[in-house]
Ligand binder design. Structure first.
Ligand SMILES: Cc1cc2nc3c(=O)[nH]c(=O)nc-3n(C[C@H](O)[C@H](O)[C@H](O)COP(=O)(O)OP(=O)(O)OC[C@H]3O[C@@H](n4cnc5c(N)ncnc54)[C@H](O)[C@@H]3O)c2cc1C
Length: 356
């Protein structure tokens, strides 16, 4: 990972730093057409207590740096890694989880943690169902370089096709999370670079000067998928295997990290007490800890998508008034800022910076 001054990447909390507050605006055809719209939210890190020492509201981390740091830490800790390998099947007895890899190797443990994303083999093998629905939207993700300094400000615009987020990175780059209808998303993915650039210029506007795409463009169909339970005998689900949510609030990975820290804490404490770490009574502590926060954030993101991704005049008025109210009410604004930083609720020790 890069140093603190540079830790701004494509993850985590959208609002940015104290001198340069983040904005959420609605209803501009291009993100920056004209000045601020009649309704916009302004988040300033100086308003929340944790930021009184000059800390920004949150950091945007590029996932590649997170992955590299985790791989290095796993290596240093001497944790065996079996890769490349895929889980082919899993079975659960009353005493153990038996996981078979696609190369034939068999792993036996008191508990198997399914963290293999939305198509989790462990979830299916543990007979845990999933609830959810597709959004008629595609997330288009690209990195851009701007002509003018972004000054660490994150912007999120609510356009009829869905949110358009500009998330500041190092070297005056930004990660775009651009939500469009499925049809437009497919067209953007297939577009020649100059056509994509023309659409981007129209959406982005010129408030940061010329904007150039750097590297590949990725597209993701967007959906909500919540596991009916987070645990089953000898199995626990983590990350998107347990909860895949809309990226409107940039909370998917944050939720997964909270879950990982909570599960590590529950299992470590249970092992210290000599308990069976795969028993239902132990695993249920993890599920109970994470259930409410996860379901609340998933449904809040869903409600935001429904409220903001359309052009219904009544909803436009309602959300405009809602944003104006949040802007005027300090505690409401501070709540949103802290929630965006993922630092709310009963945080596991690892997320409070304490050792297990
Ligand atoms: C457009 C978009 C923007 C987003 N922006 C943000 C953001 O700003 N902030 C944020 O916090 N979150 C964001 N998210 C959400 C975030 O990307 C996910 O929540 C996060 O990637 C989930 O991590 P995961 O490791 O649980 O699952 P995944 O990222 O899906 O990883 C699962 C891993 O398991 C592996 N795997 C799959 N099957 C098997 C198998 N059978 N055996 C072994 N391994 C297997 C896969 O290869 C993969 O490496 C965004 C998502 C989208 C789509």
């Amino acid at each position: 990972m890069e140093d603190a001054g540079d830790r701004r990447g494509a993850q985590s909390s959208r609002p940015a730093d104290r001198a340069n507050p983040g904005h959420r605006r609605q209803d501009a055809g291009a993100a920056s057409r004209g000045g601020p719209g009649p309704f916009f939210l302004r988040f300033d890190s100086a308003e929340i207590a944790d930021s009184s020492d000059g800390e920004p509201l949150g950091y945007l981390l590029e996932n590649r740096h997170v992955r590299a740091a985790l791989a290095a830490a796993i290596g240093e800790a001497g944790i065996p890694v079996l890769a490349p390998a895929k889980v082919a099947k899993a079975e659960f007895t009353s005493r153990e989880a038996v996981v078979t890899l696609d190369d034939g190797r068999v792993l036996i443990a008191p508990v198997a943690v399914g963290a293999e994303g939305r198509g989790s083999v462990i979830r299916a093998a543990a007979k845990i169902g999933a609830l959810g629905w597709d959004y008629p939207q595609t997330g288009v993700v690209a990195t851009v370089r701007m002509e003018r300094p972004h000054e660490g400000v994150a912007h999120e615009y609510f356009l009829p096709g869905g949110p358009f987020a500009i998330l500041p990175l190092t070297d005056n780059r930004a990660s775009l999370v651009w939500t469009e209808s499925r049809q437009r998303g497919a067209a953007l993915k297939a577009a020649r670079p100059e056509v994509f650039q023309a659409h981007l210029d129209r959406r982005f506007g010129d408030f940061l000067g010329q904007v150039r795409v750097e590297g590949p463009v990725f597209t993701y169909p967007l959906s909500l998928q919540l596991a009916e339970r987070f645990v089953a005998p000898r199995a626990a689900l983590l990350g998107d295997a347990a909860h895949g949510i809309h990226p409107i609030a940039g909370q998917g990975l944050n939720l997964g990290l909270k879950g990982a820290a909570a599960l590590a804490e529950v299992l470590t404490d249970a092992a210290r007490l000599g308990e069976d770490i795969g028993s239902e009574v132990v695993l249920e502590r993890y599920a109970a800890w994470r259930r409410l926060d996860t379901v609340s954030i998933s449904l809040a993101a869903d409600a935001f998508v429904r409220l903001f991704s359309n052009d219904n005049p009544a909803l436009r008025l309602a959300r405009g008034l809602g944003m104006a109210a949040v802007n005027r009410i300090g505690p409401a604004r501070r709540f949103f800022m802290q929630e965006a930083g993922g630092a709310m609720g009963d945080l596991p020790r690892l997320l409070r910076g304490e050792a297990l």
